[in-house]
Design a protein around this ligand. Structure first.
Ligand SMILES: [Zn+2]
Length: 327
């Protein structure tokens, strides 16, 4: 073997590969504008620890392309892998929205930031997250918040600390953070294009008390709700605000579990009754919704028949044309 020749070849090919990768990922061009319309891709539809650990369902959040805006929402563990599988070029993202500091919502964020900011060589894109994540618990590094440029990487996102009901302008659209009732600081949002309002509940409690055959029960219990006959007290702010949107993305977790801090499909049916919502996607499924039996079709049927609102259950890796589904 001619080891000198091998060495020379390796040096040449490595240098060429580094140059090609640099051009592809870092010193690159902006992508072409996205086509008009409104589409949502669910890179993952799972929530809570069993889904994180099993990836049934996946925990990677969702991606919106609406009127030219490319927005990634709640990238949980696996987000960068699922985005690659779906053929999403992270370098074209306009923004990343993180609702709260739970692993299934934020753990994929730093990798997405590196994609959005072209390997941290470019200052571009928005990171929108609660102050609890950014400043108080430092769940996202200073580097990925674009604050450590002394490391030699000058790139990073513009950072917006979410504040309740304070609108954010995004390429001509308006995103308004909606404070919700979960654990710590947490925001859903309403994204308004001028013609279409899309709501995202994130994780939130909805039912506060309910009627049972033996009287009114509050939600201090964390176990499954087995004896509800009707909802008594509920989060009126959640119903009032999200009841006004055209399309609602609702994190349900399950039909009747963890209702102390999740909507559940029991609560969602109540929220949608009498609302203006034309189309609802249910997502953020606990592992129990798919294993040992797939309960999602029945959950969607329950919500649709109880509320009268068209309801689809989101599936891992599936894209939906929003406008085609509401007309
Ligand atoms: Zn959560």
């Amino acid at each position: 073997m001619n080891i000198q020749k091998l060495d020379a070849e390796l040096r040449q090919k490595t240098a060429a590969a580094v140059g090609q990768a640099f051009t592809k990922y870092r010193h690159r061009e902006e992508a072409a504008p996205s086509p008009p319309g409104a589409a949502i891709t669910f890179l993952g539809t799972g929530g809570n620890p069993e889904a994180v650990l099993s990836q049934i369902p996946r925990t990677a959040g969702f991606y919106l392309e609406i009127d030219g805006l490319r927005l990634y929402v709640d990238p949980g563990p696996g987000a960068v892998v699922r985005a690659q599988e779906a053929g999403i070029d992270l370098g074209m993202l306009d923004g990343i929205f993180v609702s709260h500091g739970h692993l299934d919502h934020y753990a994929g964020t730093e990798a997405l930031i590196e994609g959005m900011c072209w390997g941290m060589y470019c200052r571009r894109g928005l990171l929108m997250a609660p102050g609890q994540i950014l400043e108080r618990e430092h769940l996202l590094s200073r580097y990925h918040q674009g604050r450590n440029s002394d490391l030699g990487y000058k790139g990073g996102p513009s950072v917006i600390t979410l504040e309740a009901h304070q609108p954010i302008q995004l390429k001509g659209l308006t995103l308004t953070p909606i404070p919700v009732h979960h654990a710590g600081e947490n925001y859903g949002f309403i994204l308004d294009t001028g013609n279409l309002k899309v709501g995202y509940t994130s994780d939130t409690n909805y039912i506060q008390s309910y009627l049972t055959p033996t009287g009114i029960q509050d939600l201090s219990r964390k176990g499954p709700i087995m004896d509800l006959t009707e909802v008594v007290e509920y989060r009126r702010d959640i119903k009032d605000l999200f009841g006004q949107v055209d399309v609602l993305i609702a994190n349900v977790t399950g039909h009747n579990i963890y209702a102390n801090r999740h909507i559940t499909t029991l609560g969602l049916a109540h929220l949608l009754q009498g609302s203006k919502v034309k189309l609802c996607f249910i997502t953020h499924f606990n592992h129990c919704c798919l294993w040992p039996e797939d309960l999602r079709p029945a959950m969607a049927t329950f919500v649709e028949h109880t509320s009268g609102t068209r309801t689809l259950y989101a599936k891992d890796g599936f894209s939906y044309d929003i406008l085609a589904n509401i007309t």
